[in-house]
Structure formats: C-alpha cells, structure tokens
Design a protein around this ligand. Sequence first.
Ligand SMILES: Cc1cc2nc3c(=O)[nH]c(=O)nc-3n(C[C@H](O)[C@H](O)[C@H](O)COP(=O)(O)O)c2cc1C
Length: 322
Amino acid sequence: MNNIWQNLKESKQPFCVLAPMDDVTDTVFRQIVAKHAPADLMMTEFANADGYCSPGKEAISSRLRLSPSEGPVIAQIWGINPDNYFTMAQDLVAMGFAGIDINMGCPVKDMIKKGACSAMIQNPELASKVIAATIKGANGKVPVSVKTRIGFNTIDTEKWIGFLLQQKLDAIIVHGRTKKEMSKVPAHWDEVKKAVALRDEISPNTVIIGNGDVLTRAEASDRAKQTGVDGVMIGRGVFQNLFVFDETQTEHSLAEMLGILVEHIGLYQKTWGDSKSFEPLKKFFKLYISGFDGSAKVRAKLMETHSPQEALDEIELILKKS
Ligand SMILES: Cc1cc2nc3c(=O)[nH]c(=O)nc-3n(C[C@H](O)[C@H](O)[C@H](O)COP(=O)(O)O)c2cc1C
C-alpha cells in the first residue's frame, strides 16, 4: 500500500493537513491552495456514502471532483450503512484518492439524528462495522482513517480513542473538543496528548493528527512538540489566511490578492458552470480582501455583484483605480 500518512510521518515533523470543510474545500479551493501555499495533504468536503449509493449519486459526486494539480487528497465520507461504505470505498480507490477518511466528528443535528458522524461516538458497534467495511473496500490499496472528537457529551478520550486504536486504522485525526462543545471552547490539546500516549501503548503504527485552533505552521510545530502528534490539521485558519501553509510568510499586495481571486472565480466558472450558484463564492471575498486600506469598501462593492462576470468587471475597475 502507498500509505500517505506513514510517508508524511517519515518525511516531515509535523506535517500539516488542510481540514475537510463543507462548502469550502471543493476541488476549486483545493487547487488554489495547492498552487499558492500548499498543505502537505488535503481533504474533500464530507460526502454521504448512503446518498452516493442511491439515485442521488450525481449530487454527491460533485464533492468528489479531483484534479491532478491538487496533489494527494483524502476523500472524507459519512453515513450509516456499512455496505455503502464498502461500495463507495472501492470507487474512491479507482478515482485516485490517496486515502479514505470516515467522519465521526460532525456535530450537526441532522447527521446525529440519523446516527451518523459524531453519533458514532455513542455507537461503537456501528462504528466498528463501518470501519471494517471501508477497510475491506479500500482493499489494502489506500489507507483508512477516522476524524473524530474526544467525546460526545463529556470528554471520553481514553475510552473512545482507545476503542478506535483497536480498529486497525492507519490514522486518527483528533479534534480536541467534544460534540457538545461544538467550536465554543478552546481545543483541549492536553487530551490530544493523551491520545498520543494511548496510541504508543495500543497501536504504535497508527498516525495521530491533532486538530483545533491552529493558525500557523509555527503553532503546528509547537503543538507537535507539546503533544507528540505526527501531524496537525488546519481548518478555519486557511479562511483567515490563504498562505497559512506557507513557511516563508511573505507579504502579499492587494493587487496580488485580487489576481488570485480572479483565478479563483475563473476556475469556479470553468469547473461548475451553471451547476453551482454564484452566491457561495462570496464567502471567499474576505479571504482575499482584508487588512488593506479601504478593504471593507472594496468588499462591499464586490458583495453587490450578481454573477462571476460582474465580479470580474468590478475587480478590473478596482485594479485600474489602485
Ligand atoms: C465551514 C466548516 C465546514 C466544516 N466541514 C467539515 C466536514 O465536512 N468534515 C469534517 O470532518 N469537519 C468539518 N469541519 C470541521 C473542521 O474540519 C475542523 O475540525 C474544525 O474547524 C476545527 O479545526 P480549526 O480550529 O483548525 O478550524 C468544518 C468546519 C467548518 C468551519
């Protein structure tokens, strides 16, 4: 098996991973990150295995678009039916993903009602079936990981992560909060450290990645020193700073940032055509236009646009004036 987690563990301490983020880390955004400030590994938005194995397959498939220019990408999946995990895992291998990750951390009510995502923390029997089915579907060709939290209502690291470490997983991504805590409290990195100690005891070959509130590679290194994690995952940090994975931390001018935004809009148009609306793209404007004199005004102008072309015309005007 080409095990990307082991390869990264051996080549970079710590390695840094772009977190899966629904409606954010699609192929377009991943291509932008890969070109301008690459992470060592990236993840897709979560994709529903039960939807994938139903007539709704096409809607799910857009979440699995992949471009060779992205470098290694792990597909993240969720659902409740082990048979569907098996089928989807087989397809994900054929699609060229570097690995498969199972979402056992999402705290959203709709998913929990179904018994999926972080609800699995309370249902280890199903969790173990889903993991076994995915490993069987991956057939030794790509690694299988779980991204999870440290408990459901209360911190339960020892029991839950201890259980996961017995499931023959290649990696576990530990978001240092319970489901109940959502994102409302600082991540408990002391619990992530506990997970590393459990790993050393129970399953020394499982790679551990810590996640929660990290905003720079330097912070990732500090967390790794403190806790012993092999890798660190960064989510919201990339939404504040596109260059979060760039070790050089160079300054970028407004013209440069607008140039990348033009690229992002163009790629969005080319990739999605009319199949995705323009509105979701607007949430990226702040990423490109903040911290400059008059940023708020420029952003407000762009927020008033109604199509990719209108936004591109507006950016051209801004560039002419600046
Ligand atoms: C907009 C958004 C969407 C998210 N979507 C997913 C997802 O699809 N799968 C997942 O496992 N976690 C998802 N998360 C959680 C992140 O992957 C990450 O665990 C969390 O944001 C904590 O890391 P951070 O402090 O670096 O942001 C999402 C988070 C945000 C902010």
